[in-house]
Design a protein around this ligand. Structure first.
Ligand code: ZN
Length: 162
């Protein structure tokens, strides 16, 4: 009996994710499928929805709207702050760092710098982007109690903790 994907199953997939324009944004590596425990918010919502009920060997393509992926972009998450707040730290466009904001601890990226001000963007880099997934399911099994306890998959019986 082949198992189908449902809450707390361990799932392995190969995937390629592209933007609507066809640019490859991310993909699993040859021989190294992405493993996760299903139904625990480890994947974006749109992909979890598409995976539910699938079995090993299933291949499919699915489009995911921004709201079911990394959310819409919010202009309010773009802020310009005085450069002196960065002290002697290097500032350059593209640098990412953690910052305390009114919305809590967030990852922000510097998108503009001039002599007096630094503009940072707290949107996820993929906010507002519609995604296209090409997926092959390569593993579906029950999770071990230790995996459920730890909240992550122990691949091939090895116990990797980062
Ligand atoms: Zn563990």
């Amino acid at each position: 009996m082949s198992q189908t994907i449902s809450q707390d199953k361990v799932v392995g997939i190969h995937y390629t994710v592209k933007s609507a324009e066809g640019q490859v944004l991310d993909q699993s590596q040859e021989g190294q499928p992405l493993h996760f425990i299903f139904g625990r918010g480890m994947l974006i919502k749109g992909l979890e929805n598409a995976l539910e009920g699938k079995a090993v060997g299933d291949k499919f393509v699915t489009d995911v709207a921004p709201a079911d992926a990394y959310g819409e972009r919010h202009d309010g998450l773009i802020q310009t702050v005085p450069r002196h707040l960065f002290g002697d730290n290097e500032v350059a466009v593209g640098m990412q760092f953690r910052a305390s904001t009114s919305a809590g601890e967030q990852s922000v990226m510097i998108i503009d710098v001039n002599d007096n001000e630094v503009t940072v963007d707290g949107n996820h880099p993929l906010a507002g982007v519609a995604l296209n997934f090409d997926v092959e399911v390569v593993e579906v099994r029950d999770a071990d109690p230790s995996e459920l306890d730890h909240g992550h998959v122990h691949v091939d019986g090895h116990h990797h903790h980062e």
